[in-house]
Write a protein that binds this ligand. Structure first.
Ligand SMILES: [Mg+2]
Length: 280
């Protein structure tokens, strides 16, 4: 191949069905990426512990992954022959961190207990049983979700007005606070777009003469930074919410199918742009 193609994909609601977490509907496109040797780099707000088994099951554990919403990139040993900037060793090989550790936010939250007593509960307060009750995850899933390294989901128990004051106090302490379906996630100033740019540069250094063409795939707000910086972007249609707004106008596809069906449709269309079709 005369160019290096890369796919960066969100999991929940994109490659994984919003309700069932299945990816069968994307099997065709996954197979096509695999046979063409195109790296599929998972990029999720999930923890490394949650993502590793999914990466294995999808057959992409030999590629890097982006964990906890861009807080770190995990790079398997042997991925690159050229040295990685700012990398530190980890069990998989190397990792690059873009955000402070979770302990920093646990300390910030502990200090806020004085001003906001009984008004919030983080994963650390809830424990695995509490996380299970709050999320509907099974015990195993809750245990993996509890293995956080860079961020802390917090359940707000107080009034909306007090919530605003709480978020402002966290922001004043340097946190980025994102509202999800059930939790406020407290984390550093990282995003999936910064992590994508880092990995794209690493692949480019590896083969300086081959142009890198990347596709970012996502369905919601925390995917926007990577959808904006990739050369091509695929918005996957959600059964529960509208497409997030993007500033870009070119190089953008919106799927008609939902979740993994839309993922497959968009990836196959992108591959056709590079003349990668069935049988290649
Ligand atoms: Mg998603």
């Amino acid at each position: 191949m005369s160019s290096q193609l890369l796919v960066f994909s969100d999991l929940d609601g994109s490659l994984l069905d919003h309700f069932s977490y299945r990816w069968d509907a994307a099997a065709d496109a996954l197979q096509r990426l695999q046979s063409a040797g195109i790296p599929l780099i998972l990029a999720s707000s999930k923890t490394r512990a949650e993502m590793a088994p999914l990466q294995q099951a999808l057959g992409v554990a030999h590629y890097p992954m982006i964990v906890e919403n861009g807080a770190a990139v995990v790079v398997p040993a042997g991925t690159f022959s050229t040295p990685l900037e700012n990398a530190v060793p980890c069990s998989a090989g190397q990792e690059v961190r873009f955000a402070p550790p979770r302990s920093r936010w646990l300390a910030t939250l502990a200090a806020l207990k004085t001003d906001f007593p009984d008004e919030f509960a983080g994963f650390d307060d809830l424990g695995v049983d509490g996380i299970q009750a709050a999320t509907g995850l099974d015990a195993g899933g809750a245990a993996l979700a509890a293995c956080r390294e860079f961020s802390e989901p917090v359940q707000w128990l107080g009034t909306p007005a007090r919530r605003e004051a709480f978020v402002a106090a966290l922001q004043a302490a340097g946190a980025r606070v994102q509202q999800g379906g059930r939790f406020l996630t407290v984390a550093g100033q990282c995003d999936k777009g910064l992590a994508l740019r880092y990995l794209r540069a690493a692949y480019q250094r590896e083969a300086p003469d081959q142009p890198v063409h990347d596709l970012a795939i996502g369905d919601s707000g925390n995917d926007v930074p990577m959808l904006e910086v990739a050369e091509s972007a695929l918005l996957v249609r959600s059964p529960t919410h509208d497409f997030p707004a993007l500033a870009r106008r070119s190089g953008l596809r919106r799927s008609t199918g939902l979740g993994p069906a839309g993922w497959s449709e968009g990836v196959l269309a992108w591959l056709r742009d590079y003349q990668i079709t069935e049988g290649d």
